[in-house]
Design a protein around this ligand. Structure first.
Ligand SMILES: [Zn+2]
Length: 310
């Protein structure tokens, strides 16, 4: 956003804040993700959508121990001012989008796997860095679930690398936090006040490149979720993927399509689509064929598959 992830002026900033940053100016937000369970039902297509007031928007935020806020279900921002910047940016983008839509007579609907942009450029890992996405795990923070987390995270990284040209590698370090050098990102458990997990985009700075996991991720089944699915979704953000549900005509969350580019076509089954935003409200979290196809256009095919083809 400036959004590092969600790019675009103010909102982007907000996202950047996400992970607690201050610099709103830059794009590169951060994805956060995953609302835990409750979610309002999608309004029927014919219903008029009334913008949510900032007061209501802020009241729905979760405050973390360090004062940062989780807004819009999965976006981490530094403080209330950052939350307002995000809110106002999203509202402005939404008004602009609606005006453009009414002018060209087109509805704003769907399209597919979505990549984050900053300044009109896809925020993805370049080669050869994409083949060496290193991370450390703060195993102590996960307590008795440490082994389960490490094993499931390994499966989740493989769920991407078995099909597309990226490789993750865990590095065991003496300490593991967002100041740890020698790795691209760190993984730790912390309370996210209602969110399952939170991640980052490739263009976020090191201090923001954290994969945060709330304890609820180990037990939730909301929307067909499980730990592997949640981690696969979050890892999608770490390679630049945005939420697929931002293309819905009736917004499911406050997040808009600013600083986002559709790679293929709207895919309701995408691992990047919140289950509760699907018409069925379920579906779980696993990559779809379109997810892999879209990601391959960004990162190429996994080397192992190329060898098989040859
Ligand atoms: Zn997400």
């Amino acid at each position: 956003m400036t959004r590092t992830r969600l790019p675009r002026a103010a909102p982007g900033a907000a996202r950047a804040l996400l992970m607690g940053l201050a610099a709103l100016a830059a794009p590169g937000c951060q994805p956060v993700d995953e609302p835990a369970e409750s979610q309002a039902a999608q309004p029927a297509p014919s219903e008029e959508i009334q913008p949510k007031t900032f007061e209501k928007f802020l009241a729905e935020a979760h405050v973390l121990d360090d004062g940062r806020l989780i807004i819009d279900q999965d976006i981490l921002v530094k403080d209330a001012a950052a939350a307002r910047a995000f809110y106002e940016g999203e509202m402005a983008w939404s008004r602009q989008s609606q005006a453009a839509s009414s002018q060209d007579g087109l509805g704003s609907t769907a399209q597919p796997l979505t990549v984050n942009q900053a300044g009109g450029v896809d925020t993805i890992w370049t080669h050869p860095q994409r083949m060496e996405l290193t991370y450390c795990v703060d195993t102590a923070s996960f307590g008795t679930n440490a082994n389960l987390l490490v094993d499931t995270l390994e499966q989740a990284t493989y769920s991407w690398s078995r099909r597309i040209g990226v490789q993750y590698r865990r590095v065991v370090t003496a300490t593991c936090n967002n100041a740890t050098s020698g790795v691209l990102f760190n993984v730790r458990q912390t309370s996210l006040g209602g969110a399952n997990a939170s991640a980052f985009f490739p263009n976020n700075g090191r201090s923001d490149r954290e994969l945060l996991i709330d304890p609820i991720s180990f037990t939730t089944t909301a929307g067909g979720r499980d730990l592997l699915g949640i981690l696969s979704h979050e890892l999608g953000h770490t390679i630049g993927m945005r939420h697929e549900h931002i293309w819905l005509a009736n917004p499911c969350t406050t997040e808009t399509a600013a600083d986002a580019r559709i790679v293929n076509a709207y895919d309701v089954n995408s691992v990047m689509h919140y289950p509760q935003c699907r018409p069925s409200g379920t579906g779980g979290y696993r990559q779809s064929d379109l997810d892999y196809f879209g990601a391959q256009t960004l990162y190429g095919t996994a080397p192992a598959l190329i060898g098989v083809i040859q």
